[in-house]
Ligand binder design. Sequence first.
Ligand code: FAD
Ligand code: N01
Length: 544
Amino acid sequence: MKQRECDVVIVGAGFSGLYLLHRLRGLGFSVRVFEAGAGVGGTWYWNRYPGARCDVESMQYSYSFDEALQQEWDWSERFAGQPEILEYAEHVADRFDLRRDIEFDTTVKSARFDDMTGRWAIETETAKGGEALIAKFCIMATGCISTAQIPDLDGLSEYTGGTYHTGQWPHEGVDFTGQRIAVVGTGSSGIQAIPVLAAQADHVTVFQRTPNYSLPSQNGPMTEEYARQWKENYPALREEQRYTIKGSIRDLNDVPAYSVSAEERQAVYEKRWQIGGTGFLGAFNDLIVDREANETAAEFVRNKIRQTVRNPQIAELLAAKGYPIATKRICVDTGYFETYNRNNVALVDISETPIEKAVPQGLVHAGRTYEFDSIVFATGFDAMTGTLFRIDIKGREGRALRDKWRDGPRTYLGLMSEGFPNLFTITGPGSPSVLSNMMVSIEQHVDWVTDCLVDMRSKGREVIEPDLQAEDDWVEHVNVTAHKTLYPQSASWYMGANIPGKPRIFMPYIGGVGPYRKICDAVVADGYRGFRFEGDAAKEAAAD
Ligand code: FAD
Ligand code: N01
């Protein structure tokens, strides 16, 4: 294997990797990006299932780092669909000439820290072989929900029809016309895909393990006026976004649910329902901390389902119960519940009895064999840690990341883990990441990391690593903060509950995007409190 060297290796060319490359290259670092896919865009490259769409408004789910970019790009809808977001990622890659430093169809298999040299040895794999590369810094821009999860069903390899996962959708699309199809899973992906699949296929059978709360997007074409309002005020609005709790500007009603009458509460929910999107959850300020308050929102959504779905038994099966609304990732849909009024859609409740097995002609559940031409798995991802664990990451003294994180991820600020010097994670566990508008969280992490690398270079510092105590304190803080909310009460992928055997730990940081940013900034202002450095002491003294 030939060996090259560079300052920074970035793994992943989604929105995190692209912005990292742009910033670091502009600052004079030598950078290589490795991307398993054949193109840029990450999530939006892989998740091409019909109906895939963003649920953060387009004007907010976009980069803020370049004023000309945000002025020149026009979004066609209030909530952009996957093809348009992918087009945007491709535009960014071309506009900033990023592709020349990205190696596509290249999977990073291992990253090992060499204690003697203080460098990372990275090994890649391609169809033609692989390569070893030495880098001072390694940045995992590998995404939080990028490793698709297909259930380990007995007999699946003998099934003779087509099988698809929403997160690994064929680029050429799939024509389901005239087919009987199964959809397994009713999370955000399933809920987006089912109405579109039902319009195309002959028949759709949905296998539902847990019903989900879903809000209507009320999506529509972007109006010129709305886009203009944003574009004229982008700098101020972007700054405001950065200090919000969710990374999005939403109308938050800062009063508790029970501070108003039942009628008024209904009216508040109804108004937000009609506006559409996740703004519904801003109806009252205690919905994620007070179970009774939460129940008022949950029951409102259930009643909407009961009003929409004609068959009362199906409506009751679809109405989520037993866990608070928003504690599993809230879904946003276009005509999801209405789809169950179609003659060609059936719902199978598998909450009590799991799918037994696959057979050559379909799936067996509760003793009945269902025949399908295709099965669509909308069964989610091994989130937050799964993608990192698929890379053989070894830190000081050969310690494996998967061993260190055996009982749950351990990071300082979601940025680094003790024992793994010069290894950063963008939107890693322990940061707001998946609880936020991720564009805002991505930009904040990329800026923090690149500023850190510039600071180290100016001071002659070679190695950065968090202190164990700082990390332990942060892990504790992340945990305590989560348990002040209702989130840990549901079996969500935030808790690792969708993967058999995964530790049940609330992985993202729920303290909010703005407060978290302030913490990260204060750490820097305090001389990178909680981190230690190795390097050129003389140069450092001169720089200070
Ligand atoms: P990703 O986009 O996941 O990119 C990571 C890249 O790393 C991938 O291309 C992957 O191939 C590559 N990679 C991973 N491991 C390796 C390896 N070992 N070697 C080489 N390459 C590797 N967020 C929101 O804020 N709002 C939304 O509405 C929203 N909608 C979503 C809808 C879907 C269907 C999904 C799945 C996610 C959604 N998200 C949303 C989250 C979304 O993942 C982020 O918004 C954002 O796109 C993440 O960008 P990223 O670059 O950090 O990661
Ligand atoms: O995955 P999920 P997803 N047998 O894990 C079921 C983002 N996203 O791809 O709830 C039967 O949410 C599982 O059941 P249960 C967003 O962050 C955003 O839909 O575990 N069923 C569940 O119903 C989202 O949260 C958008 O009981 C099984 C479903 O499969 C994240 O990506 C759109 C099963 C998986 O739901 C992941 O969403 C799409 C089994 N063995 C995605 N295993 C937006 O609109 C799992 N399930 C922004």
